[in-house]
Design a binder for this molecule. Structure first.
Ligand code: ZN
Length: 184
């Protein structure tokens, strides 16, 4: 099998983070990136590994730091944790050895998951990031990717967050502090 050097991470693109009535939604900015993400996934699926690191939480977990910070979101087997919009049928049609949903419990897709070892086994050296929220889970994933030595590509039209300020700050940070390539 050919060495495959790239992966696309679609982060937290669920109803709770994106839909109008999601529990922790970034709303319209999150909804506006739907087509970009699905088209990108479609274009990359033949030549890249695609992972969908997705929050999973337990209600009122006294040991989880987010319990105090946010309303419960992305509970297992709820509508809120289902992938948002067109990404849901896209995932059902394409899930495979190279297109996989992945549970995560922290902001970073690398924290407490086997993502790093999966990427290393597959000789991936570049991670493309899309999803939400730019300044929380995408940011923390990018910071860990940076520290682990991956090249980072941020798709500006494929990430979103609650505020314009947060979006602008995170794009600057990806570019100037993490050395990411920003795809416009
Ligand atoms: Zn969370």
């Amino acid at each position: 099998m050919d060495a495959n050097k790239e992966a696309l991470l679609i982060i937290d693109y669920t109803n709770d983070f994106v839909a109008d009535d999601g529990a922790l939604t970034c709303g319209k900015p999150g909804q506006e990136i739907e087509d970009y993400i699905v088209n990108l996934a479609d274009n990359m699926k033949e030549n890249a590994f695609i992972y969908l690191p997705t929050d999973i939480h337990v209600k009122d977990d006294p040991f989880h730091p987010e319990t105090k910070l946010f309303p419960i979101h992305n509970q297992e087997n709820t509508w809120g944790r289902e992938l948002y919009g067109k990404l849901a049928p896209w995932y059902q049609a394409n899930k495979s050895n190279t297109v996989q949903l992945m549970d995560k419990t922290r902001y970073s897709s690398f924290a407490g998951t086997n993502l790093d070892i999966l990427l290393r086994e597959r000789h991936v050296d570049t991670v493309h990031l899309v999803g939400v929220c730019s300044d929380i889970c995408v940011l923390h994933t990018a910071v860990d990717a940076y520290n682990l030595g991956y090249k980072i590509v941020i798709h500006e039209k494929g990430i979103a967050t609650f505020t314009d300020n947060g979006q602008e700050w995170s794009l600057n940070h990806f570019k100037n502090s993490l050395g990411a390539t920003i795809k416009e």
